[in-house]
Design a protein around this ligand. Structure first.
Ligand code: 6GU
Length: 241
C-alpha cells in the first residue's frame, strides 16, 4: 500500500517512523510519503508567483475562520493521487470512520490523506475528485473538534495499516478485538490472580473453554449495552453507515 499525506505540518508525521507503522514500513507493506502542501502554493491561481505561499482565504458568504484554497489542493492532488487511489479528507463534518471502513481501506493500493484545518477545504475539491472518478471519503473520528486533520489522519493510518494482511503477528487478536464483530471487547486479566483485594473471575481459572467462551460473550454484550447502546441501534435508522 502507498500512503500519501498532504499537510502544512509535515514535521508532525515524523511520528510515523516510531509508531507501529514503522514495522509495516520496514516489511515494505506500506510506503508512506509526507508532502508539504505549500510546495504547491508557490503560484497563485492566475499563474503569478505567491511569495507568501498562501494556502487559505476568507470564506465566500462570510463567517469565522479561513478556508483552504481549491487551486492549491488541486495542483497537489493532481501530482500525488494515482489512478485508483482513494482520497480521504479528515473532517469533523465527515461520516464516522469505523473498523469496517478501516478493513475496507486496508485493501486499497493508495490512500491520499488531505489534511486541512477544521474550517475545511473548499468543498469543490471533494466534488471534483469524485466527479473525475476517484473514491472520495470525508471521514470523522468522532463528535468533537480537532484543530486540523493531522491527528485524525494519523489515527486512521494506524487503524488501517495494522489490518493490512501480513502486518500483525497474531491474526486472532484482530478477530477478537473490540469492534471486529460490532461489539466491545471483553475484559482481560493476567497474573496475579488476586491483586489489591480484587480477584480474577473464577471462570477464567477453571480451564473450561466452553464456559470461558460464553462468559466472555456475556461480558461483551453487557459492556456494549452499558457503554455503547448505539451499537445495538437499528442501522437503518439515523446513524450514517
Ligand atoms: Cl477527522 N478532523 C478534525 N479536524 N476534527 C475532528 C475529526 C477530524 N474527527 C473528529 N474531530
Amino acid at each position: 500500500m502507498r500512503i500519501d499525506v498532504l499537510t502544512i505540518f509535515p514535521e508532525f508525521f515524523s511520528v510515523l517512523d516510531v509508531s507501529l507503522l514503522g514495522k509495516a514500513r520496514q516489511a515494505e507493506l506500506v510506503q508512506a510519503n509526507v508532502h508539504d502542501l505549500r510546495t504547491w502554493a508557490a503560484m497563485k491561481a492566475d499563474g503569478t508567483p505567491d511569495i507568501h505561499r498562501t494556502v487559505d482565504d476568507a470564506p465566500f458568504g462570510g463567517g469565522a475562520g479561513m478556508v483552504m484554497k481549491a487551486d492549491v489542493w488541486g495542483r497537489a492532488l493532481d501530482d500525488v493521487l494515482q489512478p485508483g487511489g482513494v482520497l480521504v479528507i479528515p473532517s469533523p463534518a465527515g461520516v464516522p470512520f469505523t473498523q469496517a471502513l478501516a478493513a475496507d481501506l486496508a485493501r486499497a493500493d493508495q490512500i491520499a490523506f488531505a489534511c486541512g484545518r477544521y474550517e475545511g477545504i473548499d468543498a469543490r475539491v471533494a466534488e471534483h475528485y469524485d466527479a473525475v472518478g476517484f473514491r472520495v471519503l470525508e471521514l470523522s473520528l468522532g463528535d468533537y473538534v480537532l484543530n486540523g486533520g493531522e491527528v485524525a489522519a494519523f489515527a486512521m493510518i494506524e487503524a488501517i495499516t495494522r489490518l493490512i494482511p501480513g502486518f500483525m503477528g497474531n491474526a486472532e487478536s484482530i478477530v477478537e478485538e473490540s469492534h471486529a464483530d460490532g461489539l466491545l471487547e471483553y475484559p482481560s486479566y493476567t497474573r496475579p490472580a488476586s491483586w489489591r483485594g480484587l480477584d480474577v473471575p473464577d471462570v477464567l481459572l477453571s480451564g473450561h473453554h466452553g464456559k470461558i467462551e460464553s462468559w466472555r460473550r456475556e461480558q461483551q454484550l453487557e459492556r456494549t449495552r452499558i457503554r455503547r447502546p448505539d451499537l445495538f441501534a437499528d442501522p437503518r435508522e439515523g446513524v450514517a453507515q
